[in-house]
Design a protein around this ligand. Structure first.
Ligand code: PHE
Ligand code: FE
Length: 288
């Protein structure tokens, strides 16, 4: 994850990486991983893209305990040439993009506490590794993530950071895919969330819309609750091809200064999978 205006903590290398410190996890921390893993693995059957389950398998992520990055990286390197590196938390945007562009995925090294079982503000190692890393074992998704990192470097130069961040949010974090078996989840923010892995797929509240690049890059998102809109891709190949073939610079220029669409907006050209009721969001807003 990336952010602005950060100071590199003492002990972090120039590229913001730190040692994972696998030896220092307590048995309670390993048990927390196992608890989250077991709960989520059950939940995901029939809900997650098959490529994600393949990744769990290839990387042997079902073994007990918090994964040791050295071991995980051996398998990941063989599969797609990606690596996971530990960082202290959020890193600056340029650092984040540089890692992705070089096939390094940054991960927090801490795990949530029992009080944070279902909600935490900063991504922990369960979100980062369980949520993100399985798809990095898929060659097509692996290429997409590298291309995204390179795209990030371009976005910084073209003032398109906010637009490109929305693409990350609605694909890498909260994406749905129209798989041959039916709609499936693949975004890491959904896949690592007990509640949202049901909500995103089954709840009548959110909109589900076919992904259009310009549309996504003009759409705001929620960081405080379940999404009000999810965007659906046809396949990872299609996502990769479309993002590679499209020059984003003119899109950034066109969108500059335009207001973002609200998180629940529907537009005339939207390819609707679900016209959401927004009942969930409305009830939450009333209760607040
Ligand atoms: N084609 C994009 C650009 O012109 C780069 C990109 C590729 C961005 C893949 C995201 C994902 O900037
Ligand atoms: Fe994430």
């Amino acid at each position: 994850m990336a952010s602005e205006n950060l100071n590199r903590p003492e002990g972090a290398a120039e590229d913001w990486t730190i040692a994972q410190g696998w030896e220092t996890y307590s048995s309670a921390e390993h048990a927390m991983w196992d608890r989250l893993f077991e709960r989520q693995a059950k939940m995901l059957v029939g809900r997650v893209a098959p490529e994600f389950l393949d990744g769990l398998d290839i990387l042997r992520l079902s073994r007990p305990g918090i994964p040791n990055f050295d071991e995980l990286n051996e398998r990941l390197m063989k599969a797609t040439g990606w690596q996971v590196v530990a960082v202290p938390g959020l890193v600056p945007d340029d650092v984040f993009f540089d890692h992705l562009a070089n096939r390094r995925f940054v991960s927090g090294n801490f795990i949530r506490t029992p009080e944070q079982l279902d909600y935490l503000q900063e991504p922990d190692i369960f979100h980062d590794v369980f949520g993100h890393v399985p798809l990095l074992a898929n060659p097509v998704f692996a290429d997409y993530m590298e291309a995204y990192g390179k795209g990030g470097q371009r976005a910084l130069a073209h003032g398109g950071l906010e637009n490109l961040a929305r693409l990350y949010w609605y694909t890498v974090e909260f994406g749905l895919i129209n798989a041959p078996e039916g709609l499936r989840i693949y975004g890491a923010g959904i896949v690592s969330s007990y509640g949202e892995s049901v909500f995103a797929l089954d709840d009548p509240s959110p909109n589900r819309i076919g992904l259009d690049l310009g549309r996504v890059m003009q759409t705001g998102y929620r960081i405080d609750d379940y999404q009000q809109t999810y965007f659906v891709i046809d396949s990872f190949e299609d996502l990769l091809e479309r993002t590679l073939k499209t020059d984003f610079a003119p899109i950034y220029a066109e969108l500059a200064g335009l207001p973002a669409h609200a998180t629940d907006t529907l537009l005339a050209g939207d390819k609707l999978f679900t016209h959401g009721t927004q009942d969930y969001a409305r009830a939450k807003a009333l209760a607040a």
